[in-house]
Design a protein around this ligand. Structure first.
Ligand code: UDP
Ligand code: MG
Length: 320
């Protein structure tokens, strides 16, 4: 019944009651102009506002609308993953609900896809209406990530992208819990290309990524693609130990050949404090990885749906 669907649009939503109608309108306008079967797959990530009601209303009026409803807030990256698991189209577009990613770019992405690219990601050449703090931390994050990881994760690129069915199938095999989806999409490979765009302001409402979520998100990005922080901890440990060894020689010399040993008190305290600080940092870095290992070993499902969705999972296709 569903094999005709050509394009799937995945829209993760968390407390987005203020934007859904407009998002639906803009997406519909763009998708209708393409004149091919499509679905608008909303993933409700445990919203506490009227998000779910609004989508259910839309669904009744528009058969293109589908809803996956999480039993609680599992997070943006998991919502995207659930969308990919359930999308039926040959090409799948992931887009934010707040219209910061203009839907009008989708036809351009589809054109690239028809040229044979399997991943078309949208690179932000500019970000409008976001605080300096957000812009700077984002810029810093993408650059740190690039410096630390071996996987070639494109700079200044969010999750707004088109992926081919084959990529979605490949992603189904990756079930790690602390997911950094855009990194995983780079990791699975395939023919990838970029288009540039200016990131708009949020249409309405507030950001659903407070500082806490942003920090967690960037830690996931870095730890799931790099062991360098662990290595750094080791190097730092060695370096400090070496410096301390030298200092020990100096103090020994002082003790043996001079009479001014009491003066060492201040530096002793300084050393102890410094070392404790370094040990805490190293323990913290270890903890980040150990915690993630723990998450993986628990082997819980990535998400839980409130009820059976009105979407069927397309049969597993061979990943070519
Ligand atoms: N989102 C989500 N779950 C969350 C947080 C955000 O599904 O826990 C969705 C949100 O509804 C939006 C997208 O992820 O569609 C991006 O969030 P937002 O626009 O708030 O992030 P920002 O653009 O400020 O980084
Ligand atoms: Mg946004």
């Amino acid at each position: 019944m569903n094999e005709a669907i050509r394009y799937s649009i995945i829209i993760p939503v968390y407390n987005e009651e203020a934007v859904i109608h407009e998002t639906h309108r803009r997406l519909t306008q763009v998708m209708e102009s393409l004149a091919e079967p499509y679905e608008l797959l909303f993933v409700n990530d445990g919203s506490q506002d009227r998000t779910e009601e609004i989508i259910t209303e839309l669904k009744e009026a528009d058969p293109h609308v589908k809803l996956l409803d999480f039993s609680r807030n599992f997070g943006h990256q998991i919502a995207i993953t659930a969308g990919m698991d359930h999308a039926l189209g040959d090409a799948i577009v992931i887009i934010d609900a707040d219209l910061q990613d203009p839907p009008e770019l989708i036809p351009q992405m589809i054109e690239k896809w028809k040229e044979g690219y399997e991943v078309v990601y949208a690179k932000r050449s500019k970000r409008k209406g976001e605080t300096l703090f957000k812009k700077w931390t984002a810029a810093l994050f993408y650059r740190t990530l690039r410096a630390l990881t071996e996987v070639n994760i494109p700079l200044d690129t969010g999750d707004f992208r088109l992926i081919d069915r084959k990529v979605a199938e490949a992603m189904k095999g990756i079930r790690e819990k602390n997911r950094f989806v855009r990194g995983l999409v780079s990791w699975v490979g395939f023919r990838q290309t970029a288009i540039e765009y200016v990131r708009d302001e949020r249409f309405a409402g507030e950001t659903k990524y407070p500082l806490k979520k942003m920090l967690r998100f960037s830690m996931d990005g870095i730890t799931s693609f790099s062991y360098k922080p662990l290595k750094l901890a080791t190097y730092l440990g060695f370096f400090i130990s070496f410096a301390r060894f030298l200092y020990l020689l100096v103090s020994l010399g002082e003790r043996l050949f001079t009479t001014s040993t009491v003066a060492g008190w201040t530096s002793l305290i300084a050393c102890v404090l410094l070392l404790n600080g370094v040990i805490l940092i190293i323990l913290g870095i270890l903890g980040e990885y150990v915690g993630r290992i723990y998450d993986e070993t628990k082997n819980r499902p990535l998400y839980i749906l409130r009820n059976r969705p009105n979407v069927e999972q397309r049969e597993q296709q061979e990943v070519k």
